[in-house]
Design a protein around this ligand. Sequence first.
Ligand SMILES: [Zn+2]
Length: 244
Amino acid sequence: MSHTGNSGGLPGSQRITDPASGDQLSEPTRAYAELIAGNRRFVGGVPRHPNQDAGHRAAVADGQHPFAVIVGCSDSRLAAEIIFDRGLGDLFVVRTAGHTAGPEVLGSVEYAVTVLGTPLVVVLGHDSCGAVQAARESVATGTAPSGHLGAVVDSVLPSLRRAEAEGVDDINDIVDIHIAHTVETLLGQSPVLADAVAGGRCAVVGVSYRLAAGAVRPVAAAPAGFATVDPSAGSVESAAPATV
Ligand SMILES: [Zn+2]
């Protein structure tokens, strides 16, 4: 077996260029393009299941170089390697109900970005999120949830307050606000991550996943103007900049 082959990092995307300018893309943009390409395969029912064979398993046993961190909701229908059509060593995944970002989540993200050199952090939320709905019900009924579920609800409350202030009532629009809030929490609570973004070593993108369709859509990003290039479509779409 060989240990000199791809042990992670950006698989096969070294020559991805901006379809408009022809310029070489930054590593965070290439990482995002790789994720979107995998999501398109998943949505289209033509997944390749890359990096899931025994040979690759052996090749990455000595070290990991994931090209993206996924801070996702724990929802059982949101398995990162499946919906982005990736395999072993590709994604560093941190999941909590409602993608709430407490100290352990922040530490995990910082580990990936600083120790492993991962160039992209993706906050992955979805429509009909149960954690957001639970928080909403808690506020509506004035009833605090039992046990540690209260910590999840408490972490979603700032997003509910922002939605109310903006007159947003649709649950999936609230989810988008909560995804943007999580992006801002990561950047605001982690100077290490904010420095990596300011230095161009990393980008943070919040995406919303549709359970039925299987597709992701960017809703917030840092740095401002981070262009999310989809090489297969040859198009460039931009997420709203995160407000930090
Ligand atoms: Zn959820």
